[in-house]
Design a protein around this ligand. Sequence first.
Ligand code: SIN
Length: 301
Amino acid sequence: MDEPRTPAANDAARIHATPSAAPIGAQVHGVDLALPLGDAAFERILDLFHRHAVIVLRGQRLTPAQLVAFSARFGPLDVHHMTEHVFPELPQVRVLSNAKQKDGSTAGITRGGMHWHSDLSYKPVTALATLLYGLECPAEGADTEFASTTAAWAALPEEAKARLAGLTAVHDRNFRYSALYPNRAPLTPEQVAGVPPAVHPLVVEHPATRQPALFVAKDVVSHVVGMDAAPSRVLIDELEAFITRPEFVHVHRWQAGDLVVWDNRCLLHRATPYAFDRDVRTLWRTQVKGSAPRAPAIASA
Ligand code: SIN
């Protein structure tokens, strides 16, 4: 935490947020997750999560079990379908790390998530939230960027909204996998078959806030259903470029002890590069299961 550890930590009435300059993102004060957290305090955090979509709790000192316990307050946790680099006793926690081990392998997943995406968008049931806890963070680069798909939708001209409402698009993990991850083996036929493409509305409604949001990312969405390939690609690329305009983006610059919780239902995110061969970046990650994305009534009318 950025404040002294006092018995007042986790007092619901004292938990408050400092919003970022972007439409999403806020630092939350008054929480120490190493101490007991009552229901009222968690409800306050949940409210701030719904308001700001990305919340940052600084100065935390967490064990993997404490990270799992806090993550599970948001909902049932996912065990990632790629099971390497998880804690054997706690497979809900995945390690992201380029730290070299004695055998030359890395201690965790490296160079993941460097394209704009919403976690598990390529599955029928997508991710509600992701929690990322920083243990070692480079001084330069290695940020996580978040783009508000809600603010982007709201800023679209009415005629564009009318054109997009009711469209669906295909999210496919295999679409650009080899280009995105040249340092990894291509997905095996079994892995491809295990995660078939999913069709989702291009405009979705947030289950808690009821706000509409765009749901598209150019490196994951292969095509818009019912459109010819060329105009479909143009539309997808244009929409991502619009969503990720600087006015919709919040950049999180990591410090060790940061816990960042983001809402995959109303934003895209990506990791930025750093000096992989010089600096070490280690984080623990959990993911909360969501629901099947739904179109808002306005978009399906
Ligand atoms: C992710 O996409 O979940 C990873 C984000 C990051 O490493 O900053």
